[in-house]
Design a binder for this molecule. Structure first.
Ligand SMILES: [Zn+2]
Length: 348
């Protein structure tokens, strides 16, 4: 038999095995708040989040990530169970998500980028939103030097972005096929230019863009990440566990291995020294299959974590790699939409 046929047979055998295997699905949230712009679709409103939790409470088969990890280690995965996780460590997780998780008694793991704790600056993707997608004036032309290349752009009519234009386009997001003005074009262009840069080069690029726009590095309160005090209060909740999400939120695959190891190890040790107890789970920034390497997976295991989460869609089976647990991203769905998705996912 030829190699492609063997591969095909192996895939079919795996699908049959998975059809009859117990499965868990892990949900991935980022933010619980309301914002005027959300170009990365990271936000679920508090009202919708409460509805999601109501659906989950009724559904009933909820595990914490720690319980899931233990079940996988013991080879006893309870079927059709659901785990709730959050990435990044936004302050709204403390102000909006925590009270609701406690009210509905739903456990969640929150993966925190350790270097962002208590910072006044925004995450780099939020910074691009602050600089380009809010109403105001921008210079007519700009350029940025990235890794020896000069990226240039012209703003045209959208250099002046008034309240009316802002309102018209504020629902725009990165998954849209059309960029309605040079503001959205610039956001998209620089999002992909900056995405894979290491921390120091990314910060230099942002500082240069802040000078171009004429603003300082202090971010919006609506985009604050957790302070130390908020993180500690969050971790003290009976329903919340803190996991690590690197120090500077780089795309790990774009870094040399020793820098990856430092990002992974330091996020664990600095969170542990803040919290005073072991941090046993990790999630890969961005978390797509190409955002980390096989060697990165080994590094998270060697760092002493018990499990690591990815961000590509898929189920957790008894034979799943505990250091690449797939997750389903949750968007700002209302109760009916979330309920439909959950039913489809668990019965998948
Ligand atoms: Zn993240």
């Amino acid at each position: 038999m030829k190699a492609p046929q063997i591969k095909k047979l192996k895939r079919a055998a795996r699908r049959i095995k998975e059809k009859f295997s117990p499965r868990t699905l892990i949900l991935l949230y980022h933010r619980v708040t309301e914002l005027p712009t959300d170009p990365q679709l990271l936000t679920v409103t508090p009202a919708h989040f409460a509805e999601h939790l109501e659906v989950l409470q009724k559904y009933g088969q909820i595990l914490s990530l720690r319980q899931l990890t233990l079940a996988l280690q013991q080879g006893k995965l309870p079927d059709k169970t659901v785990v709730v996780t959050f990435d990044d460590g936004y302050a709204d997780n403390f102000y909006h998500a925590k009270p609701l998780l406690e009210q509905y008694e739903i456990p969640a793991t929150i993966f925190v980028a350790a270097g962002q704790i208590g910072q006044k600056s925004e995450f780099w993707w939020d910074e691009l939103d602050r600089l380009f997608l809010q109403p105001g004036m921008l210079p007519d032309q700009g350029h940025l030097n990235i890794r020896g290349n000069t990226v240039k752009w012209e703003m045209g009519e959208a250099a002046h972005y008034d309240e009316q234009a802002f309102k018209t386009y504020r629902q725009w997001n990165i998954t849209d096929n059309v960029d309605p003005s040079s503001r959205q074009k610039l956001y998209r262009l620089l999002f992909y230019e900056i995405r894979n840069l290491p921390n120091n080069e990314r910060d230099e690029a942002l500082a240069s863009l802040q000078r171009w726009v004429g603003v300082d590095a202090v971010g919006r309160t609506s985009h604050h990440t957790l302070t130390k005090e908020e993180l500690i209060c969050l971790a003290n909740s009976d329903f919340i566990e803190i996991g690590a999400h690197t120090v500077t939120h780089p795309i790990l695959a774009a870094l040399p291995l020793e820098k990856q190891a430092t990002e992974i190890q330091q996020s664990k040790t600095s969170l542990e020294s803040l919290l005073g107890f072991p941090v046993t789970s990790f999630s890969y920034p961005s978390g797509g299959r190409s955002d980390y390497m096989t060697a990165t997976v080994t590094l998270t295991r060697e760092a002493g974590f018990s499990s690591s989460c990815s961000a590509f869609a898929g189920y957790v089976y008894p034979h799943s790699d505990m250091f690449q647990l797939p997750r389903f991203v949750v968007r700002d769905w209302n109760k009916a939409e979330f309920s439909d998705r959950l039913v489809r996912w668990v019965n998948g």
